[in-house]
Design a protein around this ligand. Structure first.
Ligand code: NAD
Length: 359
């Protein structure tokens, strides 16, 4: 075993069914008396329910959270924080709601209590990506790490099956890249393997039976483990590609991860044999990139960037953006190979490990 450093991050995690009913107790434990609830406009029912559970601790709701955390949206929410003398933020929803809560915490240092309803994993990380004038920038600071996370399996039941699969593959991507990160370690590897295996087993079931409690529980547990992987290590080519495509071309987050992951993994495979062995164990053997592609496509998830609104002309834009800034990756970035990768993901081709084999 190689020498390693493991940095644990302090957050309180409650996991189970019906756990949202504990939200008032948890808000009080944080010392909060004047809470702002944030959500997207699609989850106002969840925000209302949270408001009712909080009773007199609730002072305001902001339901304008949006993907990639636009800074103008944050400024609108901050006005409510000031107007209502808010002393704590509750995010209910996926990475968009949680991103807004984190952006508020960045400005105010208010405590955050988060109820994730997708598998994206932002709740466990000290990472915030924000978009201004079409440019997405990401920072890591403990100031944005949520203090308390309530995982409630029941709150994920309404996530549509196809979105569930895409979000689950987004989670898998964190574990995949953590396995070959420069700062990976044996503890992260354990969580990554279990996280990938849990999602691999549960996602196909969610397509047929979105209300299958056991499958939902396994998917949420797996996504939590994958989120810790994201929080604990630095990411590589896959996250760089998704970050660039999402921020520059405003593509949807989970779906972009789903289209890119099989290709980014196939590109890196020859350089990360140990990681591929772990992923292969988690996926019950076989070609790892092809298996992930199959889980996504058989579940009806979009596997082609062209179906997400990216044009063929955007391929060169994306290659230039990815190559413009150096990024840690186990296999050096080669512009012609990266172009092939993005073009294949754009077309939705099924990759295998020979697709990007070194000459
Ligand atoms: P999202 O939060 O935008 O959710 C997608 C849509 O699904 C939204 O309309 C949302 O309201 C709806 N939704 C969410 N949960 C639902 C449920 N249970 N039932 C019905 N509808 C539901 O999407 P996401 O993929 O979770 O998050 C993407 C955002 O998160 C991006 O901005 C991304 O950059 C960010 N992110 C950040 C990190 C980090 O560590 N900083 C990690 C992952 C994602």
């Amino acid at each position: 075993m190689r020498d390693f450093t493991f940095q644990g991050l302090a957050s309180r995690v409650i996991f189970g069914r019906g756990t949202i009913s504990l939200i008032k107790r948890e808000a009080e434990a944080l010392g909060c008396k004047r809470l702002l609830v944030v959500s997207t406009s699609q989850q106002t029912a969840d925000a209302d329910r949270t408001k009712n559970l909080l009773g007199e601790l609730h002072v305001a709701t902001f339901d304008g959270a949006a993907m990639h955390t636009p800074t103008d949206v944050t400024l609108n929410a901050l006005k409510l924080v000031r107007d209502w003398s808010v002393d704590g933020v509750i995010a209910i929803g996926g990475g968009s709601s949680i991103g807004l809560s984190k952006a508020i915490a960045l400005h105010t240092d208010l405590p955050q209590l988060v109820v994730p309803t997708t598998y994206a994993g932002s709740e466990m990380t000290p990472i915030l990506g924000q978009t201004e004038d079409g440019v997405k920038t990401t920072q890591r600071t403990l100031r944005v790490l949520p203090e308390t996370v309530i995982y409630d399996v029941d709150m994920t039941l309404t996530l549509p099956p196809v979105m569930s699969v895409a979000s689950g593959i987004n989670a898998m991507a964190h574990a995949v890249e953590a396995l070959y990160a420069v700062d990976t370690n044996p503890v992260v590897s354990l969580m990554a393997e279990t996280g990938i295996a849990s999602l691999y087993k549960s996602l196909p079931k969610l397509k047929e039976r979105p209300h299958d409690i056991d499958a939902r529980t396994e998917a949420l547990y797996g996504s939590w483990l994958c989120a810790i992987c994201l929080a604990s290590t630095s990411m590589g080519l896959h996250h760089k590609l998704c970050h660039t495509l999402g921020g520059t071309l405003n593509l949807p987050h989970a779906e972009t991860h789903t289209a890119i992951l099989p290709h980014a993994l196939a590109y890196n495979a020859s350089a990360v044999r140990e990681a591929v062995d772990v992923i292969s164990r988690a996926l019950d053997g076989g070609d790892v990139s092809g298996r992930i592609y199959d889980v996504a496509s058989r579940s009806g998830a979009t596997v082609a960037l062209k179906d997400l609104g990216m044009t063929e002309a955007d391929i060169d834009v994306a290659v230039a953006a990815v190559m413009s800034k150096p990024y840690a990756n186990p296999r050096p970035l080669d512009a012609s190979m990266i172009k092939r990768l993005i073009a294949n993901a754009w077309a939705g081709v099924r990759p295998d490990q020979s697709t990007y084999a070194p000459a």
